[in-house]
Design a protein around this ligand. Structure first.
Ligand SMILES: *[C@@H]1O[C@H](CO)[C@@H](O)[C@H](O)[C@H]1NC(C)=O
Ligand SMILES: *[C@@H]1O[C@H](CO)[C@@H](O)[C@H](O)[C@H]1NC(C)=O
Ligand SMILES: *[C@@H]1O[C@H](CO)[C@@H](O)[C@H](O)[C@H]1NC(C)=O
Ligand SMILES: *[C@@H]1O[C@H](CO)[C@@H](O)[C@H](O)[C@H]1NC(C)=O
Ligand SMILES: *[C@@H]1O[C@H](CO)[C@@H](O)[C@H](O)[C@H]1NC(C)=O
Ligand SMILES: *[C@@H]1O[C@H](CO)[C@@H](O)[C@H](O)[C@H]1NC(C)=O
Ligand SMILES: *[C@@H]1O[C@H](CO)[C@@H](O)[C@H](O)[C@H]1NC(C)=O
Ligand SMILES: *[C@@H]1O[C@H](CO)[C@@H](O)[C@H](O)[C@H]1NC(C)=O
Ligand SMILES: *[C@@H]1O[C@H](CO)[C@@H](O)[C@H](O)[C@H]1NC(C)=O
Ligand SMILES: *[C@@H]1O[C@H](CO)[C@@H](O)[C@H](O)[C@H]1NC(C)=O
Ligand SMILES: *[C@@H]1O[C@H](CO)[C@@H](O)[C@H](O)[C@H]1NC(C)=O
Ligand SMILES: *[C@@H]1O[C@H](CO)[C@@H](O)[C@H](O)[C@H]1NC(C)=O
Length: 829
């Protein structure tokens, strides 16, 4: 008898182990107890419930964690009342509630919902939710998702109604799960938007929800990110849930004890987890960093500046780097002025700021009935209390009253914000200058035209037969028109940055365009090396006279490039429009183009793996700038190895924007009747249908990437049996799991194999046949540097078979007339 009593605990313990290991139950019933060291698992073993101690403490807590070695805790029951020893118990009490008891049977925590349900059970679901059910009717009477701690899991709801708020609350410290200073949730009184509060004071915000994304989180626009969904009921309640794209990863958010919302991804397969996003990435993400009417730009130093028409409220404090005081107006608005003589008609105006994280709404803003940005602006102008407005697709007209706080400058995906300023702050002076300048230019053009007439008249009478060398009158008009557009479009301040060179200067610099100075022939004419009198080296691109459409390309190029400045783009120094000659003057790149290194057996060793990575990344940066960050959306359309130039330090720079077209604001695909580009680099939809978009550049980028990795040209043959193109060859090796074979032997090093494979993988994603499947360039870069860890499987790429070598063969192959296409087949400079 005695022996049996002594054995009893042991038998019980075994039974409990069985509970976990044999029964693998996910249910707690009325008589079950979970003791310290014991756990239960959800049915797919993704989540685990049990006792744990945070770092640096022996206190015990009951929690739910992800069933991976790192045991990330996602929920804590008794967060405010730790168990001091290892005698704790988690069970369903007599009154039907879940409770945490200590060794003395004191209740440290209770679900505290029912006192009438006598028969209930709890289940740990595969979503991470612990639900308590009334067994008599199956009703859920309590769930852990209703009282989250610091983690937001998929399918969990955060939100607020008038009576109830569901917020995340941070731990006090990594070793103390009790409620800390920070909380995360939605404010029901405002336009739907996430906030992090520090003891109730805003610390971070996501920017308003546009039905799809939060417009203050530009990185969220990438299709690979998590998806949120907004739910509302008629009574002013707002809830967000988030769901993930992929069943094999768990994506969730944690508000850590220093107030940073961290997005984590855990992989069920190998138990690894990784941080994929942070709410605070720079000082600018902290709410109101620059105070009222201040603008924060993380790329500037100092990061804060006052909006135009405003000055620091306290210059000394501002100078010390305490910007929270913000800025104040330099001049009174029309409604605040006492109308003295001469000021009655001076109406306020708006200054437009581009790519902005819109300010916080300090007052509830009704959605205004305005269907266009102009209507929205008129409503604002006519209301004295309106200080700024934005018209954003998916949200509509938003207006602000009072101070504008928490304005951040983005480089892409931001909104246009129109800020009200007094008449005196509007930019009339510059406009006056523009008017004068255009008058002068129109006069100048008139003279140029006269000169053309005269010259034509003279040459005709001299019987000169060199007609081809000249511009027709029509073309002269066209040039004039283009030049006017050029001047109108150029920022007046930028005009000084684009000097006009005389023909003589350039002829002297290039020794009269001597062939020994010829660097190569680009798509639209030869390029010469030159040296100005002051010693500066230049590259002069001389537009071929025989090319009729060349004039158009030239003007296009001048207009575009003069506006683009980025360290991965070749700089345009000036231009020359003289003697029927059109020339562009670029900065000189001492190391010529990438193909001079890549396809040269003696020089390719210089390009080691890190250098190649650097070059690929640089090209990507330049492309992002062209596609997203510059004021215009520009598709390059002729990206290839010979268009990547290298400076002294082998920094890559993209050249030749002659083919780029200006896109309208939200247009992302266009048709063209003239296909310009280089075969082997052209995406199928562009080569065949003349349809170009960001994604056709991504295709060319993919080809470039594969060429840089392999050190081989796409257009040469790579598999003698099957006459495969480089892409076809990569695809074949990839499917045989032998992709490493492709890599340039100059690079070979087993240590970098994984990284190289990742690059190849991304390259294949870029050259997929379907433009829709190709990632955008910013996503490509995130994939390359592992910010996006999970890569989708590449689908069949385009052009796996090698293309014919001549223009006509190519045209026949694709079944269209040679007149529709003009291909640049000369490998340029
Ligand atoms: C735990 O304590 C050690 C020693 O005091 C300290 O170095 C460490 O930073 C602490 N860890 C955390 C997460 O607080
Ligand atoms: C349970 O709820 C009651 C009333 O709602 C409250 O007074 C009590 O403190 C709660 N108990 C626990 C353990 O939360
Ligand atoms: C509780 O309900 C379940 C299912 O209805 C039943 O099987 C069980 O016997 C009940 N337990 C008690 C103690 O009433
Ligand atoms: C997520 O919630 C939706 C709606 O509440 C539900 O239909 C779906 O089954 C849930 N998903 C999981 C995995 O529980
Ligand atoms: C919470 O905020 C208060 C006041 O700012 C500060 O004294 C305290 O250290 C903070 N607590 C933690 C855990 O950061
Ligand atoms: C809105 O509130 C009213 C009164 O409080 C309630 O009767 C109604 O059910 C609520 N509607 C929804 C959708 O929750
Ligand atoms: C999820 O990711 C894994 C690993 O990358 C992949 O094998 C699987 O196909 C993906 N599933 C879906 C539905 O995308
Ligand atoms: C919170 O997350 C940020 C970003 O990862 C990190 O710098 C910080 O140390 C974290 N805070 C704590 C207390 O872990
Ligand atoms: C997690 O991220 C780091 C750095 O970004 C990376 O080195 C590591 O491979 C990633 N781990 C996984 C499992 O993706
Ligand atoms: C910054 O300035 C504000 C008032 O403009 C003041 O309240 C605050 O204490 C200052 N902070 C520091 C660190 O000096
Ligand atoms: C306008 O006039 C009122 C009363 O005459 C005066 O108090 C106020 O300071 C004046 N405001 C300005 C901007 O001159
Ligand atoms: C001006 O705007 C405020 C705030 O949006 C609004 O309350 C007020 O009615 C408007 N006034 C007029 C005249 O429209």
């Amino acid at each position: 008898m005695r022996g049996f009593i002594n054995l009893f605990p042991l038998i019980f313990l075994l039974a409990v182990f069985c509970l976990e290991d044999c029964l693998a139950t996910d249910i707690i019933r009325i008589n079950d107890q979970i003791k310290d060291q014991e756990t239960i698992l959800s049915s797919s073993q993704i989540f685990k419930l049990g006792f744990f101690s945070p770092v640096n403490t022996s206190n015990r807590y009951v929690g739910i964690f992800i069933n991976i070695p790192a045991q990330n805790v996602i929920w804590v029951a008794n967060r405010d009342n730790p168990i001091k020893d290892s005698d704790g118990i988690f069970k369903i009490s007599e009154d039907g509630n879940l409770v945490v008891l200590n060794g003395q049977k004191d209740i440290l925590w209770s679900s505290n919902v029912s006192n009438s349900v006598r028969n209930s059970s709890a289940q740990l679901l595969d979503t991470g939710n612990l639900v308590l059910k009334d067994n008599s009717n199956g009703r859920v009477i309590w769930e852990s998702f209703q009282i989250p701690t610091d983690s937001l899991l998929w399918n969990m709801t955060l939100g607020a109604s008038r009576t109830e708020k569901i917020h995340l609350t941070s731990w006090r410290s990594p070793s103390d799960p009790s409620i800390g200073n920070f909380s995360f949730g939605v404010d029901p009184l405002r336009i739907p938007e996430f906030f992090i509060w520090n003891r109730g004071v805003p610390y971070w915000r996501s920017g308003p929800w546009n039905g799809n994304v939060f417009i203050g989180l530009p990185a969220m626009n990438s299709g690979y990110k998590d998806r949120f969904e907004l739910r509302t009921d008629g009574n002013g309640s707002i809830y967000f849930t988030h769901s993930i794209l992929n069943d094999s990863v768990l994506l969730y958010f944690v508000l850590n004890s220093s107030g940073v919302l961290v997005e984590r991804v855990s992989y069920y397969s190998d138990g690894n987890s990784n941080i994929t996003w942070l709410s605070i990435q720079s000082g600018c993400d902290v709410y109101g960093k620059c105070g009222p009417f201040g603008r924060c730009n993380p790329l500037n130093s100092p990061i804060c500046t006052c909006l135009k028409g405003f000055e620091p409220r306290d210059t000394q404090e501002w100078g010390r780097g305490n910007w929270t005081g913000g800025c104040s107006r330099k001049a009174f608005l029309q409604c605040d002025r006492n109308n003295s003589a001469g000021q009655e008609n001076k109406l306020d105006g708006f200054l437009k700021l581009e790519n902005i994280k819109v300010p916080d709404f300090s007052h509830l803003v009704e959605f205004l009935a305005a269907n266009t940005v102009e209507e929205c602006g008129n409503l604002c102008l006519n209301n004295c209390s309106c200080t700024a407005y934005t018209y954003y697709t998916g949200i509509g007209c938003m207006q602000w009253t009072g101070s504008l706080i928490d304005i951040q400058q983005f480089t892409f995906n931001g909104a246009d914000l129109y800020v009200r300023v007094a008449y005196s702050e509007l930019d009339f002076k510059r406009n006056m200058k523009a008017v004068t300048a255009s008058t002068v230019i129109v006069g100048f053009l008139f003279l140029v035209l006269c000169a053309y007439f005269l010259r034509k008249w003279f040459t005709r009478h001299r019987g000169n037969k060199q007609k081809d060398q000249e511009l027709s009158l029509f073309e002269a008009w066209e040039v004039a028109k283009m030049e006017t557009t050029l001047r109108d479009n150029l920022d007046q301040s930028k005009l000084d940055d684009l000097p006009l060179y005389s023909y003589e200067t350039l002829a002297n610099a290039t020794e009269n365009f001597h062939s020994k100075n010829k660097l190569g022939t680009g798509g639209f004419g030869p390029v010469f090396k030159g040296k100005l009198l002051n010693g500066q080296k230049i590259a002069v691109k001389r537009l071929s006279n025989c090319s009729h459409q060349g004039i158009k390309e030239f003007m296009n190029e001048v207009m575009l490039i003069s506006k683009l400045q980025h360290r991965n783009l070749v700089r345009l120094l000036g231009c020359c429009v003289e003697r029927d000659e059109k020339m562009l003057i670029y900065e000189y790149m001492s190391n010529k183009s990438l193909d001079a290194y890549l396809f040269d057996s003696r020089k390719r060793d210089i390009l080691d793996w890190n250098r190649r990575k650097f070059i690929i990344e640089g090209i990507g940066r330049g492309l992002i700038y062209l596609h997203r960050d510059s004021r215009l959306k520009i598709i390059h359309r002729d990206l290839k190895v010979s268009n990547i130039l290298l400076d002294e330090e082998l920094n890559p720079k993209i050249s030749d924007f002659g083919l780029a077209r200006i896109f309208g604001g939200n247009q992302d695909q266009a048709n063209t009747t003239r296909v310009v580009g280089t075969y082997g680099y052209m995406a199928p939809e562009y080569a065949m249908g003349g349809k170009f978009s960001e994604k056709s550049d991504v295709y060319s980028f993919g080809v470039l990437l594969l060429e840089i990795l392999s050190g081989k040209k796409n257009t040469s043959s790579h598999d003698n049996e099957n006459d495969l193109s480089l892409i076809g060859y990569v695809w074949k090796l990839w499917n045989q799991n032998e992709a490493v074979k492709l890599v340039d032997p100059a690079l070979f090093d087993p240590q970098i194999e994984m990284e190289v494979l990742r690059y190849l993988h991304v390259g294949l994603l870029c050259v997929q046949e379907s433009a829709k499947l190709r990632p955008i360039v910013s996503t490509v870069l995130s994939m390359l540097n592992s910010e996006i860890a999970e890569l989708p499987r590449p689908k069949l790429p385009a052009y796996t078979a090698r293309l014919g070598n001549t223009e006509s063969e190519y045209s026949q192959l694709r079944g269209f007339s040679i007149n529709d296409v003009s291909l640049t087949i000369v490998q340029g400079r």
